[in-house]
Design a protein around this ligand. Structure first.
Ligand code: ZN
Length: 320
């Protein structure tokens, strides 16, 4: 580990035990309407959550300490924790202690600009009942060393929120986030390579020279495409080539939506192009939106480079 990384880790660890939110107060007392909505959303028909002696579902603990949407948007700052950040989710500002803001800022400055919630643990010490007024404090419990994950390298930050009613600890909510430097994206997937063999090598040589070559039987003059060893019409094996003019029209087409193959971005149109010379070739129809491709649309050949070694003949359409 470099001295620089060492120094960062020491600075991060100095935040362990320091506050993330202080003297937070639940936005609403524990109440039956919120309990009912929760149970309906969760499909939880447990009779303990209804009636005169109803308790709150224990897993609602976080619901009582979350900031409302409006206060979250206002982001009024300060450490008094009105509505609070007990849930420890990154991206909220108002109510967070300055120390927690500093810690996140330090991680941002170290390149760990992305955040993802990783897990949550709760402990319940006694049930919450309607009318209970919830207060909480959140502490930065731990900051991990640098960890490498599939998302990228970064540090896990664990906060622990102690939830109290009238001074009595009723539950704890431990929340872990990963602040990380997003991993570099994988190099772009490349298109599949053409299979080049001795029967079609001449065609691909032509493509490299930006020429679309059609085979012609030297016995009967029949043109053929794709390239084959013998003539479909007379069976002769002798041939030469003619270069396509590049003019053609869409004879038929499909629009690919699914499955998405690497290096292709659906939806896209694949055309069966009838060349002016009369033979047909399957290729991309480019230059027009996929949903504007039509049978009979005039197209013109062009050669498109996809990567350092792959050039393909494609056909540019024109919308009438
Ligand atoms: Zn022939």
């Amino acid at each position: 580990m470099s001295d620089e990384a060492d120094g960062l880790e020491a600075r991060l660890r100095a935040y362990e035990g320091r506050p993330a939110a202080v003297a937070g107060v639940g936005r609403d007392p524990v109440n039956l309407p919120m309990i009912r909505h929760w149970c309906e959303a969760m499909g939880d028909a447990n009779p303990a959550y209804t009636g005169a002696d109803a308790i709150a579902p224990p897993t609602m603990l976080q619901a009582w300490i979350m900031r409302g949407l409006v206060t979250a948007l206002e982001g009024s700052g300060g450490s008094s924790g009105q509505g609070g950040v007990g849930e420890g989710v990154g991206g909220r500002t108002g109510g967070r202690a300055a120390e927690y803001e500093e810690l996140l800022g330090l991680l941002d400055a170290a390149g760990c600009t992305a955040v993802v919630a990783t897990d949550c643990e709760q402990e319940y010490l006694r049930p919450l009942r309607p009318g209970d007024e919830v207060a909480f404090d959140t502490v930065i419990e731990s900051v991990s060393g640098r960890k490498t994950t599939a998302l990228g390298a970064g540090h896990f930050v664990t906060t622990r929120t102690d939830v109290r009613v009238a001074g009595e600890l009723v539950g704890t909510h431990r929340f872990r986030i990963l602040k990380y430097a997003p991993a570099r994206r994988k190099p772009k997937e490349r298109r599949p390579r053409p299979v080049i063999n001795r029967d079609n090598a001449g065609f691909w040589e032509g493509v490299r020279e930006h020429r679309l070559l059609i085979q012609r039987c030297t016995a009967c003059d029949t043109l053929r495409f794709p390239w084959l060893p013998g003539c479909n019409a007379c069976g002769a094996q002798e041939w030469d080539t003619v270069e396509a003019s590049g003019e053609g029209a869409v004879f038929s087409y499909v629009v690919m939506h699914h499955p998405p193959f690497p290096a292709f971005s659906p939806p896209y149109a694949v055309g069966l192009i009838e060349l002016a010379e009369g033979v047909r070739i399957v290729s991309d129809v480019v230059g027009v939106p996929y949903d504007k491709v039509r049978i009979g649309m005039p197209v013109r050949l062009e050669f498109r480079r996809y990567d350092e070694e792959l050039v393909l003949p494609v056909f540019e359409g024109t919308v009438a």
